[in-house]
Design a protein. Structure first.
Length: 287
């Protein structure tokens, strides 16, 4: 088990607990973190105590795999292309379920690599529903209340740009976060990387590369993986390895999905169901 104890000294912690309990009470899906029980009471000092008990995810978070620090460099191998595609599909399945297959559509509001947890088999599970909103309620409330200190909900770098101007919570906001997550998974760069300044962001960085320079933005780990594969396979005519041509096509398609999902205009973003279908097609090519 994994136990999440809320720091109730933080503003909004109790509301976050209630939101997460309400969301998790209504949802069941293989790509969502399973909650075992919730605890609400008092500690030994008589202070409020709230905690959630989850199924333990032995391989930690996606963020730890994409950006290992310290001892994690030697303790963990690198994520392969196929593993990343599988995890992207797992996350898309979770969002598709929340957006289209729940009795009341749910918007996660805080999708990012640290909230994607991996089990023994490296299957992705979306967790942390502390900011989740039920869509009918969300449609009548703004994320930003200019007269209060509520502020934008979510994490910097993954928040849909329209939220900053007071737009209501929407499934398109989750799709934006998903697009950023996809680009981060396959470029290896966080949306908060120091290189993104003066109007340049992960979206524009990836979109510009789609013209003819996708290889320049792909995570070096994936390029090295393919180079190692090339050494073990027969070189095709014209000096190009057939597997690399196929792999590059898949990577281009993946970056296109990430860019389409993270468009600055909500109306131009790909629906999560369409993104899922495209990713499943890509998996067939990489398997």
């Amino acid at each position: 088990m994994a136990i999440k104890i809320l720091d109730l000294t933080h503003h909004g912690a109790s509301k976050s607990f209630i939101a997460e309990c309400e969301a998790l009470r209504r949802i069941r899906h293989c790509n969502l973190v399973k909650v075992i029980t919730a605890c609400s009471g008092f500690d030994y000092n008589g202070n409020d105590f709230k905690a959630l008990v989850y199924e333990f995810m032995s391989n930690g978070s996606l963020d730890e795999w994409l950006h290992p620090i310290g001892s994690q460099y030697t303790a963990r191998r690198e994520l392969s292309l196929l593993e990343r595609v599988n995890i992207a599909i797992d996350v898309a399945c979770a969002l598709d379920y929340l957006h289209h297959h729940c009795e009341t559509p749910i918007v996660h509001c805080d999708l990012k690599p640290s909230n994607v947890l991996l089990d023994d088999e490296m299957t992705g599970h979306v967790g942390n529903f502390g900011l989740a909103r039920f869509l009918p309620e969300a449609m009548h409330k703004l994320l930003v209340d200019q007269s209060s200190s509520v502020g934008v909900k979510g994490s910097f770098g993954y928040i849909a740009p329209e939220y900053g101007s007071g737009s209501a919570v929407s499934t398109e906001g989750d799709v934006y976060s998903f697009g950023v997550l996809i680009l981060e998974m396959f470029t290896g760069k966080r949306p908060t990387d120091d290189m993104f300044q003066n109007g340049l962001n992960l979206y524009h960085f990836a979109k510009a590369a789609l013209i003819d320079q996708v290889e320049k933005v792909i995570d070096p780990v994936l390029l090295q993986e393919n180079q190692d594969l090339e050494k073990r396979q027969t070189i095709a005519k014209k000096g190009k390895n057939k597997s690399w041509c196929s792999t590059l096509e898949c990577l281009v398609s993946i970056i296109e999905i990430g860019v389409a999902c993270s468009s600055e205009s909500p109306g131009e973003r790909m629906d999560i169901n369409d993104a899922l279908t495209k990713l499943q097609g890509i998996k067939k090519e990489t398997s």
